[in-house]
Design a protein around this ligand. Structure first.
Ligand code: HPA
Length: 279
């Protein structure tokens, strides 16, 4: 009897299986992927006549781990583009599994998206910034201690040692900032540091993050950015600064406040993502 190296399928085969199912459901050739952060899921409702697929119906993506109330992949035409939207994401803190956190992005990359718009709610570390604003990611710092590319490289998607110098497209950032400014929307630009969560950071950790150059902190986005960059997808990262990070103000941070804070920014957020699609 021959020994199998893996009990299951090769990673790339799993991705093809997922894609086969998505094709059957009518998802075809998306150009742009969007991942919606905490409190920002309503954006998916802008797509008219969408194909809506709950994650738990999608092979290799099923799981009860998405902590937000929505866990849906939404596909459709929007602003003249074929877009695929994740309403709800898999956070690293839900399973300590980077593969899980990054898997849908790998699927979107393999489906052929050219651009990925990653959004999140984040704590504001830079005291020159004020909360309630949006920040474009110029770069990130991975403080999770983990990396979704650990393990055998999927050569079909990208190289073993991908460069990360240009992860967040400078050209797209410049254009987006200009266009948003023309509509009176100020976009900060800065460095996002990922902590694993799910506990919020301590004030000492926030001082550390500031000292090493972080402007915002959060618990997501980095896994998706790493695999999208690996696959050669251009990335726009948008943080909604939902609160001042721990210790900046003399008050505790609550998850409910973070989720509710997004209501106030909804119009600007919608407009900026609309612009980002059309760049
Ligand atoms: N820290 C980490 N993640 C977050 C925060 C924060 O302060 N706010 C929203 N997401």
């Amino acid at each position: 009897m021959s020994m199998r190296k893996y009990s299951g399928k090769e990673p790339i085969e799993r991705i093809w299986d997922t894609i086969g199912y998505l094709h059957e459901q009518g998802v075809s050739e998306p150009e742009i992927g969007i991942v919606l952060g905490t409190g920002l899921n309503d954006y998916a409702d802008r797509i008219k006549d969408p194909i809506v697929l709950p994650y738990n119906s999608i092979p290799n993506m099923e799981s009860g781990w998405v902590s937000e109330h929505r866990g849906e992949l939404v596909f459709g035409e929007y602003l003249g583009k074929r877009v695929i939207v994740m309403a709800g994401r898999f956070h690293y803190y839900e399973s300590r599994n980077m593969d899980k956190a990054a898997y849908p992005t790998r699927v979107m990359a393999a489906l052929g998206i050219k651009r990925l718009i990653l959004t999140n709610a984040a704590g504001c570390v830079n005291t020159d910034f004020s909360m309630g604003h949006l920040m474009l990611l110029s770069d990130h710092i991975n403080l999770s201690g983990d990396n979704p590319l650990i393990g055998r490289n999927i050569d079909e998607l990208g190289p073993r040692f991908p460069d990360m110098t240009y992860t967040y497209s400078k050209e797209l950032r410049e254009k987006l900032k200009k266009q948003a400014a023309a509509e009176g929307i100020e976009l900060y630009e800065g460095v996002y540091a990922m902590f694993s969560g799910p506990s919020f950071e301590t004030p000492a950790e926030i001082r550390f993050a500031r000292a090493i150059g972080a402007d915002a902190v959060g618990m997501s986005t980095v896994p998706e950015a790493i695999v999208a960059n690996h696959a050669g997808v251009e990335i726009i990262g948008i943080s909604f600064l939902s609160n001042m990070a721990a210790g900046v103000l003399d008050q505790p941070i609550s998850g409910d406040e973070v989720a509710e804070a997004s209501l106030a920014i909804k119009d600007d957020f919608t407009r900026v993502v609309d612009l980002a699609i059309q760049l």
